[in-house]
Design a protein around this ligand. Sequence first.
Ligand code: TXA
Ligand code: MG
Length: 343
Amino acid sequence: MKEKSICLDLKNNKDYDKLYLAGEALKNGELVIFPTETVYGIGANGLDENAVLKIYEAKGRKSDNPLILHIDSILMLNSIVKSVGKIEKKLIDNFWPGPLTIIFEKKSVVPSVVSGNLDTVGVRMPNNEIALELIKYAKVPIAAPSANISGKPSGTKINDIKDEFMGKVKYIIDEGNTKIGLESTVVRVIDDIVYILRPGFVTKEDLISLGLEVIVDKNVLEKSSGGPVLSPGVKYKHYAPITECMLIYGNDKMKVINKIKEMECKYKNSIVLTFDSHVKCFNKAVSWGESLEEISHNMYSFLRRIDKENYEMIIIEGVDFKGLGLAIMNRLLRACSYNYIEV
Ligand code: TXA
Ligand code: MG
């Protein structure tokens, strides 16, 4: 029988000395689930090919979908990437530590299993004390995708993911709910233009306000048609509950509400996920907040919870594409496998 994972409960205490053990485990090629400010990560020593392979196995992830390296210092960054351009430097100065992943050309010390055979690597410095302490103890960059079985919603609290990974990792570090709830913004700079490959808490508007030229990659909102992509992750099913989901959105809120009511009639055993202020409009509805920050914070855990309740359809009210709304809609479109109605 497989050894059980060891849980470190740091929800209500700052007993961070215990992280030393998890750091040692990482150094020895074991996996550790740890919190970041975005979502939980399932981490391995990012310079150890065999350790990284265990992540793909534990998640059931396709090997051409590259991982992000988590670092705690610019010294560590310089040890894994070839160079840092002036725009990347500006991004680092403004957003690190924080929910921004930047793609760089990698040095050969980064194994190709981390980069999915690309010559680039995604790097971020998380804004989370536990994650930073853990990297300090491990003394190596930690390769970590979101802690979820591939295709499922990312883990934003340990209770949601414990069963998926029990016995597959050495340590599980529990810090309660992650703050942001959505994965980091992923960007790549090409010819001085910042391409957003995956939107997140650092928004297009935040980047533009620094005077940068920004392009949102077409795969952020469109279904990938199978051609070459800047970010391999867009090719795969993502963030999806097992229950069928449908996304309804539009500028005219009344029209959106009416369309949702119509769908409620069509799917008798359905539930609506909506805003606080709209919850009373429907027969059976749950609110996941009013602000974009609340929705981002709650989204994955609500989808996971409702997925267990055996509905025939989850009807989701969309948000505006502005600011953090772009990241929320990017995740919702995928959660619904592009089953959406724009009214
Ligand atoms: O917030 C986050 O980013 C979380 C926490 C744990 O840090 N991590 C995360 O990792 O979401 P993951 O593996 O679930 O998503 C990484 C995304 C994927 O869509 C992947 O395709 C893209 O980043 N990516 C990674 N390396 C890349 C590269 N070299 N070029 C293009 N895209 C890359
Ligand atoms: Mg993921």
